[in-house]
Design a protein around this ligand. Structure first.
Ligand code: UD1
Ligand code: CA
Length: 494
C-alpha cells in the first residue's frame, strides 16, 4: 500500500557549471570519498528521519550544465534510483533564484503548491550536511510563516552571502552577496548557506518577482528574504553551530578539504566500531567501504569502492584495495595492491603482491612477495610464495607453487576473440621452482613438476614431469673459462 505523500519536498540546485572548479565535469559530479558531491547531499536527505519513507519524499533536482551526465549518474546509482526524483531543466544558468523558479513553475512545483507543502532548498555543493541538519530544517513551519533560513557564524565569511539584521541581534532583513556588500556588511560573520525551508506558495510567487539588478546580473534566491521581511513575514532562523557541516565546494582546494573532512568522519565512525588505525592521517577510506571489529590498518592504507574487510584482519602499510572482499584474520603485508578480488579467511598476502581483477584466493593460503594474479583462483591452503605470475589459472587445494612460476597464457594471437588460455593445476600438486606452464594445459592431482620445467603437455595425476634438458658436467672445465692469474707488474717508480 502506498503511503500518503508528505506535504514536504526537497529541491536541490545543481545546474551550475562551477566555473571555479576549472573543469568540464559538472561541479556536483566531482567526487569526495569515492562519490559525487550530489550523492552526499541526496544520501543525507535519504538518511534523515522525516517520519516518512524516504522513497516517498518528492525531490526535484535542477540540472543544466551537462545535465545528461548528472541525470545518468542519479538514475544508475542503486541507492539514489530508489528515491522519488524529478529532474528540472534550467537551460541557462542565470542564478539560484532563476534555478528555483524553473523548479517551482514545473509540474513538480505546482504539485507542491497544491499540497501546501514546505520545500527544503539545498545547494548541490554542500556535501557535508548531516542528516540531523536536514531533520531540524524540515520541522514544519508555523502557520502563515513564509520561510526558515539556516545561518552560521563563520570565522572567515569570505564568499558567502551575509545575513543583515535589524540591529545586532534583531530580526533578519535581507541577505547580501559578497560581491554586492559594503565594507560594513562584509564584516558580518553570520552567513547564509543556500539552505531554506519555504512555504511552497510563497516561494513560487516570490520567485516570479525577483530581479537581476545586482553586480552579477543574476537572479538571487536570497532576494526572497528581503521580500518576506518587506511583507512583515516571520523569518525563522536555524543557526547551525558546526561549520564543518557547511563547508561548500567551489574550487579544487575546497573539494580537497571537504574530502579530508569526510574521510575523517568515516575513519572516526569506524574507530568507534573497533577498527584500529596506527596513523589515521594517512589512511583513506571511501564511505562505501565496510570494516569490522578488530581490523588493524597501518599507515598509507587506501580502501575504495565496495571493499569489505572481516574481523581481525590486518593491513600493512601502503596497501591499496579497490572492490576487494577480505575474510577474517587475513594479513595483507606492505605495498600490496588488489582490485575486484576475494581473499579468504586466515590467508596471508604480500608484501608487494598484485591481485588484478577476478582473482580469488581461498582460506589459509599464501600469496607471497612479487606475485601477480589475474583471473586466477587459488584454492584453500595453497601457497604461491615468491615471484610468480598466474593469469587465467585455476589452482586447487594444498598446492605448492615454487618460486618463479609463470603461466604462459597469451600466445600473441586472437582466436575466436579469445586471446588467453587456461592453466589448471589440480589439488596437491607440487610445482618446483622456476617452472612455466604453456597454456592451455592441465596438471593432474598430486603430480610433481621438477624445477626448471617448461610444461607444454598435460601431466596426468600422480606423475612426475621433468621438462628440461639433461645436465652435463665436464670435468675440470671451469679453469678454461677463468682468466689466467695476472703476474705482478714492475712498479714504474723504480
Ligand atoms: C550561494 C548564495 C550565497 C550563499 C552560498 C553558500 C545566492 C545568490 N547566493 O552563492 O548567499 O552564501 O550559496 O552556499 O543564492 N545553481 C544553479 N543554477 C544557477 C546558479 C547556481 O543550479 O543558475 C546552483 C549551483 O549548481 C550550486 C548552487 O546553486 O549547486 C549554488 O550556486 P553557487 O554559484 O555556488 O552560489 P554561491 O555563489 O556559492
Ligand atoms: Ca556555492
Amino acid at each position: 500500500m502506498k503511503k500518503k505523500h508528505s506535504s514536504f519536498g526537497v529541491m536541490i540546485l545543481a545546474a551550475g557549471q562551477g566555473k571555479r572548479m576549472r573543469s568540464n565535469l559538472p561541479k556536483v559530479l566531482h567526487e569526495i570519498g569515492g562519490k559525487p558531491l550530489l550523492y552526499h547531499v541526496l544520501s543525507a536527505v535519504g538518511a534523515a528521519k522525516q517520519g516518512v519513507d524516504v522513497s516517498q519524499v518528492p525531490v526535484a533536482i535542477v540540472v543544466g550544465h551537462q545535465r545528461e551526465a548528472v541525470e545518468k549518474f542519479v538514475q544508475e546509482d542503486p541507492v539514489l534510483s530508489l528515491m522519488d526524483i524529478t529532474f528540472v531543466h534550467q537551460p541557462e544558468q542565470r542564478g539560484t533564484g532563476h534555478a528555483a523558479r524553473f523548479a517551482m513553475d514545473s509540474e513538480w512545483g505546482e504539485q507542491r503548491v497544491k499540497e501546501k507543502a514546505a520545500v527544503l532548498v539545498l545547494p548541490g555543493d554542500l556535501p557535508l550536511i548531516s542528516p540531523s541538519l536536514i531533520e531540524q530544517m524540515s520541522s514544519p513551519l508555523g502557520r502563515g510563516d513564509a520561510l526558515k533560513l539556516l545561518t552560521c557564524d563563520l570565522p572567515d565569511p569570505t564568499g558567502y552571502g551575509r545575513v543583515v539584521r535589524r540591529g545586532k541581534q534583531g530580526s533578519v532583513m535581507r541577505i547580501v552577496e559578497e560581491k554586492d556588500a559594503t565594507m560594513r556588511e562584509k564584516a558580518i560573520r553570520e552567513v547564509a548557506l543556500s539552505i531554506y525551508l519555504f512555504d511552497a506558495a510563497f516561494l513560487q510567487v516570490g520567485l516570479r518577482k525577483i530581479s537581476n539588478k545586482n553586480s552579477q546580473a543574476e537572479y538571487y534566491l536570497t532576494d526572497l528574504i528581503s521580500q518576506a521581511a518587506a511583507r512583515r513575514k516571520k523569518i525563522n532562523v536555524l543557526k547551525w553551530a558546526d561549520h564543518e557541516d557547511l563547508r561548500g565546494v567551489n574550487d579544487p582546494w575546497e573539494l580537497a578539504l571537504a574530502g579530508r573532512i569526510l574521510n575523517e568522519r568515516v575513519l572516526r565512525s569506524w574507530a568507534m566500531k573497533g577498527v584500529l588505525f596506527v596513523d589515521p592521517w594517512t589512511v583513506r577510506i571511501d564511505s562505501s567501504v565496510i570494516l569490522s571489529e578488530g581490523v588493524v590498518l597501518h599507515p598509507g592504507v587506501i580502501l575504495t569502492g565496495t571493499t569489505e574487510i572481516a574481523a581481525g584482519s590486518e593491513l600493512g602499510p601502503n596497501v591499496v584495495l579497490k572492490n576487494v572482499q577480505v575474510g577474517q584474520g587475513v594479513k595483507i603485508k606492505a605495498g600490496t595492491v588488489a582490485e575486484d578480488s576475494v581473499i579468504g579467511a586466515q590467508t596471508q598476502v604480500g608484501p608487494y603482491a598484485h591481485l588484478r581483477p577476478d582473482s580469488k584466493v581461498g582460506s589459509r593460503a599464501k600469496i607471497g612477495n612479487f606475485v601477480e594474479l589475474k583471473k586466477a583462483v587459488i584454492g584453500d591452503g595453497s601457497s604461491v610464495a615468491h615471484l610468480s605470475y598466474l593469469g587465467d589459472a585455476e589452482v586447487g587445494r594444498n598446492v605448492n607453487i615454487g618460486c618463479g612460476f609463470v603461466t604462459c597464457n597469451y600466445d600473441g594471437r586472437v582466436i575466436n576473440g579469445q586471446r588467453k588460455h587456461k592453466t589448471i593445476i589440480e589439488d596437491e600438486v607440487f610445482m618446483g621452482s622456476d617452472c612455466q606452464a604453456v597454456a592451455p594445459v592441465r596438471i593432474g592431482k598430486g603430480a610433481f613438476v621438477a624445477s626448471g620445467s617448461t610444461i607444454t603437455r598435460d601431466v596426468p595425476s600422480g606423475d612426475l614431469a621433468i621438462a628440461r634438458s639433461k645436465q652435463v658436467n665436464k670435468t675440470g672445465y671451469a679453469a678454461r673459462f677463468r682468466p689466467a692469474p695476472s703476474t705482478p707488474k714492475e712498479s714504474k717508480g723504480e
